[in-house]
Design a protein around this ligand. Structure first.
Ligand code: PLP
Length: 390
């Protein structure tokens, strides 16, 4: 990443890692803070990959029109690329999407087309996709009738090979920063982020245990179907997770279901105890990871991809009234998450000789500062023994 740039897409990637948990068996859980990307989400990686691919294949040319069905984060990424490259962008959305994502897309010049009216806040993934496909078809047919070459492109994230490819660099970053990844545990919507990262790690010779996480009510790992409030993840009844999930489902060690209560309690407790704001679906993945800390093989390096940050959910996950109205506040679950953090969080269990954070070596005059990087726990006496005495 350049030190100074005039293009927002140059700011994608090189996101930091946050060590959320460690066990006395040497297993460590790292959060890949993808909320640090422009748009505050991982999806901008794949949005750029899908447009690069469409341009390379001649499906999108200068002045073209991008159409996508989105719950928000993909649309935010596409809005950035469209602004930067001069495309028109239409996001087909529903009122289940969080309002800030919709407002931000609009601010960046996207046109929003709603599949339902303002009173209906249900998740309408399949209706959105049908409408996006129809709009694209109508526009391409109209261009052909006028004797023009169509220049409207439906990115169709659920069936676009460039979606998982967009996360290959994320895998490279993990390997560069951690040296190894023994388990990946992350939310699955299209499957692009988890399986794209996993595919690349496998190509590089690793065999991480893969855990997919979806909301209770989502159907990619089986039913029963039902409503859920975790945003940007899962597969509601009637929708199809798409080709990435179809192709790579067999790589999963486990398909984990997490309830909204567990996911949101996790995001809220992490915010209040550590000051780290993660989104609701990331809360689900982190809950699943914390719940399995003692099940991972000893000494594992475990990674959860944080799809987006909590700031987008101030009106929902972090709003007591909204949570109460939907019966999502549960003090027992919040206490369970707090206990897991008390037990595992290095920040809440400072150890003697705890030098695992980056240490900047102060340079002598005329020399550049150096960064020690993440130290290896195996080399540090005292690291393994948690203060909570697990
Ligand atoms: C909020 C949120 N949840 C879940 C996911 C996982 O989605 P997918 O499986 O489509 O990569 C993402 C992806 O970046 C996300 O931003």
């Amino acid at each position: 990443m350049p030190v100074v740039t005039s293009r927002v897409t140059d700011l994608i990637g090189r996101t930091p890692l946050f060590e959320l948990a460690a066990t006395d068996t040497g297993t460590r859980l790292f959060l890949k803070l993808e909320n640090m990307n422009p748009t505050g989400a991982a999806k901008i990686r794949m949005a750029k990959a899908m447009i690069d691919d469409a341009e390379a294949r001649g499906l999108l040319r200068p002045g073209g029109h991008i159409i996508e069905s989105t719950s928000g984060n993909t649309g935010l990424g596409l809005a950035v690329i469209a602004a930067e490259r001069g495309y028109r962008f239409t996001a087909v959305v529903d009122h289940h999407a969080c309002r800030d994502k919709l407002r931000t897309m609009r601010a960046m010049g996207a046109e929003l087309v709603f599949v339902s009216d303002g009173d209906d806040d249900s998740l309408s993934t399949s209706a959105r996709e049908e409408l996006a496909e129809k709009m694209t078809r109508d526009e391409c047919e109209a261009a052909e009738r006028a004797g023009l070459e169509p220049n409207t492109y439906f990115t169709e994230q659920h069936n676009n090979d460039a979606n998982p490819l967009g996360y290959y660099v994320l895998a490279d970053e993990l390997l560069a920063d951690l040296g190894r990844v023994d388990a990946l545990i992350s939310a699955v919507g299209t499957g692009g982020s988890l399986f794209g990262t996993g595919r690349r790690l496998r190509d590089l010779g690793l065999e991480p245990l893969m855990y997919g996480v979806e909301p209770v009510g989502s159907i990619a790992f089986g039913g029963p179907a039902g409503p859920y409030w975790q945003s940007g993840t899962g597969t509601p009844e009637g929708a199809d997770p798409g080709k990435t999930v179809d192709e790579d489902m067999s790589l999963l060690k486990e398909g984990v279901k997490v309830s909204d209560v567990e996911a949101f309690a996790t995001a809220r407790v992490i915010a209040s105890k550590l000051g780290l704001m993660i989104g609701g679906s990331a809360g689900g993945s982190v809950f699943a990871a914390l719940d399995r800390m003692d099940d991972f093989p000893a000494g594992s390096t475990v990674v959860t991809i944080i799809g987006d940050g909590g700031e987008k959910y101030l009106d929902t996950v972090f709003d007591d009234e909204w949570m109460n109205d939907r019966d999502l506040l549960d003090s027992d679950t919040e206490s369970k998450v707090a206990r897991m953090l008390d037990r595992y969080s290095p920040a809440l269990n400072p150890r003697e000789c705890d030098t695992r954070t980056h240490t900047i070596v102060i340079p002598s005059a005329g020399q550049p500062a150096t960064d020690s990087g993440i130290a290896d726990s195996a080399t540090m006496p005292g690291y393994a023994a948690g203060a909570a005495g697990k």
